[in-house]
Write a protein that binds this ligand. Structure first.
Ligand code: PEP
Ligand code: MG
Length: 922
């Protein structure tokens, strides 16, 4: 008989059945509670019901495994023994919390129930024990309120509705003419409990359960149920968390932060989660429960203040902070409660952080010898680097705005960066406005997990309440959004869709700007400008010594270069793009699309003449005009690249892309060329191709019109010769697009080599060059062994290779790809993330066959996938020599390549080329 799995793990009394490594089974929270117990930290006893129960629950029509009940009751008995109290005991009642805890943290997405175990009987016992009637009734009303909401489903119906329990509280406060919840007496709270229970019965038809065991199973069921609520599902989609993981449920002894002024609760990070600075960063509130800090209903105090209030407690907490960092080698996020002067740890997990903080913490921890360089690289998601390249406000413009009285308010700098957009007051509107192309700033009194999609749709988030660890702040930082929180000068009216501040009333649609680094909220639009990294690298207006963020970024790049084996090139058609890419660390150009150059100054005219020419002679006349212009373009690129390899692709798109389609423009062209309008119209129609454009394009153009290839090759080689004569090294690589048959390549290669020989003779210089091809149609890949007899390099054009392998037009795919991804037919948009199972297989065939014929063949990728981390990893695995991506993605590709090398130490495959010497490999 198969062994029945263990479903429940106890922790407490200095020993736990679980540990940190058991995160998959116990969820993050459960595993870390166990770990904290094991390293001697004060944790209230409890038990964890495993994620396997959640999975079984959903697989088995929402029924629990048979053995669960017994295991739960046994674990509960252990907790009761450890605490010397019993669930439901009228004299000495045990109270517990029931919380979710998935493998990956999903802040606020699932449900929690506190103070469970209270009923009309146990209330009396607790009052006798604590001698604090007001506290007990406050706990009771909180419990009934939470239970009513989470388990029994009494919630607001519409987005503008007030919470039904809050409505009852407000009515009571109004009746008594008081403002704060704390002014309610024990008697008032007792009355609220009765009213809450009546409201539950009236509106849901359910009685509030008095039996603590029934309460417990109801709460456990609700927490498992919350794994499938809308916001949890949306969150999982956003962060790629599989549904099959399930959540664990933690049942833990309650400790109270609201037992008086010697009690309190707090949330803290072992370092600053926004900037990464190494100091104790967090907030606490005395005489409060955990949800008060996180929900942002009261603005808490910075943790450093606790030092003044209670030095001993602060010292104990600070010691725990150091113990945790030493133990976990990471920045941790902790929740704690002080009950009548005694400290308890309720949670610890690896802390979420901004990209700034992720990078700074990783780098600092290497310096502090807490982690290795390799670990640091694995802690920074390549796309996080994007945030370092994000715009900041133009300081002068911002100062001017402040001087002219446009500073509306200052809140907490919860998510750095600059954002400007139009005011919206709820998440649904934020999404709708975004969908019609507007930039929005979501402004709320406080956010809740329901707002997650609206937050994602916004440029920035502004809240009137809540601290640095409030929901808005946490989620915004994780999303990389600009956020100003706790801006209590704002008077937000949801019903009217207005915000009053400093005597002004702003309404929905008005522009505002947020500086998430300083917490300033400004009226109107403010120009943004490039980040520190860009100012140092691209604009060269900032000295690295005045740019600490840049210096940290640079360290990461140096380490990435040390461990990556892939070379990183860039796709660039202009000298300034090439220069930017070099500043970002590009080691060559992997794709210069020459056709982009034809749209430059003075070129489109002769280009059109060339296209509309009737005879070879006429075409040659037009090409002669283009030659010197192209030569200048290539010389500019060679100079900018200063000896680094430059892959230049001969003309690729169908010619209709270069001719005018509007009658007015066609008439003007006819006139300038001295031909009839009808003729121009007829030729343009003749050139037309439907999507996907797979007609007269790619190498087919150069075969049908060899003089075009000749002109382009001549321009490339003349520019190479001239540049070399100036003492600047050149390394041109001529690339023929859309080859599917070796004969196509042979034809073009012959032309290119003949032109190179001629130019060398004419100019009296010798230069090195290569001829290669793009692999972007399946026949090219399948016959790569033949193609490699001619090609000295392959560059995978995965935009077209995806189009041709999948039979999906790259220009028309958007219409159905979104639903396709939603239906999980494709895990990701295959034009964004390389389809390893299809396109990837085709690439592997080409790699094997190409290397079989020509072992030293140089292999790269220049489709958009060359800048996407997962695709870069695949390129590493199959042993390409380089990836090529847009200039601004070069830093991302450098880091992604390093991570790919660290994650796949046995790849790349045998014959992969060596990294160029520009890299800093040890
Ligand atoms: C490709 O097809 O991947 C490619 C780089 O070429 P283009 O996008 O210009 O077709
Ligand atoms: Mg292509």
């Amino acid at each position: 008989m198969a062994k029945v799995p263990k479903y429940v793990y106890f922790f407490g009394s200095g020993k736990a059945e679980g540990k940190a490594e058991m995160k998959n089974l116990l969820g993050g929270k459960g595993a870390n509670l166990a770990e904290m117990v094991n390293i001697g930290l004060p944790v209230p006893p409890g038990f964890t019901i495993t994620t396997e129960v959640c999975t079984a629950y959903y697989q088995n029509k929402q029924k629990y495994p048979k053995s669960l009940q017994k295991e739960v009751l046994t674990a509960l008995a252990k907790v009761e023994k450890a605490m010397g109290a019993k669930l439901g005991d009228a004299k000495n009642p045990l109270l517990v919390s029931i919380r979710s805890g998935a493998r990956a943290s999903m802040p606020g997405m699932m449900d929690t129930i506190l103070n469970l175990g209270l009923n009309d009987k146990t209330v009396a016992g607790l009052i006798a024990k604590t001698k604090n009637e007001r506290f007990v009734y406050d706990s009771y009303r909180r419990f009934v309120q939470m239970y009513g909401d989470v388990v029994l489903g009494l919630k607001p119906v519409n987005k503008d509705d007030i919470d039904p329990f809050e409505e009852i509280i407000e009515a009571k406060k109004h009746q008594k003419n008081i403002k704060l919840d704390t002014e309610l007496t024990a008697e008032d709270l007792k009355e609220l409990v009765v009213k809450f229970k009546a409201a539950i019965k009236e509106k849901t038809g359910h009685d509030f359960p008095e039996d603590p065991l029934e309460q417990m199973w109801g709460a456990i069921g609700a927490v498992f149920g919350s794994w499938m609520n809308d916001r949890a599902i949306a969150y999982r989609k956003m962060y790629d968390i599989p549904e099959s993981w399930g959540t664990a449920v933690n049942v833990q002894t309650m400790v109270f932060g609201n037992m008086g002024e010697d009690s309190g609760t707090g949330v803290a990070f072992t370092r600053d989660a926004a900037t990464g600075e190494n100091y104790f960063y967090g907030e606490y509130l005395m005489n409060a429960q955990g949800e008060d800090v996180v929900a942002g209903t009261r603005t808490p105090l910075p943790i450093l203040k606790l030092k003044e209030q209670d030095a001993k407690l602060y010292e104990q907490l600070d010691k725990i902070r150091r113990t945790l960092e030493k133990h976990y080698h990471d920045m941790m996020d902790v929740e704690f409660t002080i009950q009548q002067g005694k400290l308890f740890m309720l949670q610890c997990r690896v802390g979420k952080r901004t990209a700034f903080a992720a990078i700074k913490i990783a780098v600092d921890m290497v310096v502090e010898k807490l982690i290795s360089e390799k670990e640091a690289l694995m802690r920074i998601e390549p796309d996080q680097l994007n945030q370092l390249l994000r715009p900041i406000f133009d300081l002068k413009e911002k100062e001017a705005a402040v001087k002219s009285g446009r500073l509306l308010a200052k809140g907490l700098n919860a998510g750095p960066g600059a954002a400007t957009g139009r005011l919206v007051f709820n998440a649904v509107d934020a999404e709708a406005w975004k969908n019609r192309g507007e930039k929005v700033i979501l402004t709320r009194i406080e956010t809740s997990p329901e707002d997650i999609k609206g937050m994602d749709a916004s440029e920035g988030i502004l809240t009137a309440r809540g601290g640095m660890t409030s929901h808005a702040a946490l989620v915004a930082r994780q999303m990389g959004k600009v956020c100003v929180a706790g801006c209590d000068e704002l008077n937000i009216d949801y019903a009217k869709h207005t915000m009053a501040v400093k005597g002004k009333v702003l309404k929905e649609g008005d522009w505002i700007s947020l500086d998430g680094s300083t917490g300033q909220v400004l009226e109107g639009k403010i120009q943004t400008k490039p980040s520190e990294v860009l100012q140092v690298l691209v604009e060269k207006t900032l000295d690295p010594k005045d740019a600490p963020v840049y210096r940290t970024f640079e360290k990461v790049m140096v380490w990435a270069d040390k461990y990556r084996t892939l070379n990183i090139r860039t796709n660039a058609d202009q000298p300034d793009q090439a220069a930017n890419a070099i500043a970002f660390g590009a080691e060559g150009i992997g794709l210069c699309r020459t056709e982009h150059m034809f749209f430059g100054e003075g070129k489109i005219g002769p280009m059109r003449e060339m296209i509309l020419a009737d005879t070879v002679e006429q075409r040659r006349v037009a090409l002669a005009k283009l030659l010197p212009l192209q030569r200048v373009d290539f010389a500019g690129i060679f100079e900018a690249m200063n000896g680094k390899p430059v892959t230049i692709r001969t003309i690729d798109p169908p010619l209709h892309e270069f001719v005018p389609h509007e009658e007015k423009e066609q008439r003007a062209l006819a006139q300038s060329m001295g031909i009839s309008y009808e003729k121009v119209k007829e030729r343009v129609e003749g050139l037309h191709e439907f999507n996907p454009m797979l007609g007269l394009r790619g190498c087919r153009l150069g075969i049908i019109f060899p003089e075009i290839t000749e002109m382009q090759a001549r321009a490339i080689f003349e520019a190479a010769a001239d540049t070399q004569k100036k003492g600047i090294a050149v390394a041109p690589e001529v690339m023929i697009p859309l080859v599917g048959n070796v004969k196509e390549l042979q034809h073009q290669e012959k032309l290119v080599r003949a032109t190179a020989e001629a130019v060398m003779q004419e100019k009296g210089v010798k230069f090195k060059y290569m001829v290669g091809t793009m692999i972007e149609i399946p026949r090219g890949a399948i016959t790569a062994d033949e193609i490699a007899t001619v090609a000295e390099f392959f560059s995978f054009g995965t935009n077209d290779l995806t189009q041709t392998t999948l039979g999906v037009s790259r220009d028309d795919a958007a219409k159905f790809l979104v639903p396709y991804v939603a239906k999980e037919i494709y895990a990701k948009d295959p034009f964004e993330v390389l389809d390893r199972g299809g396109v990837g297989k085709v690439m592997q065939i080409a790699v094997e066959k190409g290397r079989a014929t020509r072992p030293g063949i140089k292999l790269g990728i220049c489709g958009e996938h060359g800048g996407e981390p997962s695709s870069i990893e695949f390129c590493h695995i199959i042993g390409l020599n380089y990836v090529s991506c847009s200039p601004f993605r070069v830093p991302i590709a450098r880091l992604a390549a390093a991570r790919a090398a660290l994650l796949n130490p046995t790849a790349p495959a045998k014959n992969a080329g060596k990294k160029a010497k520009t890299s800093r490999k040890k």
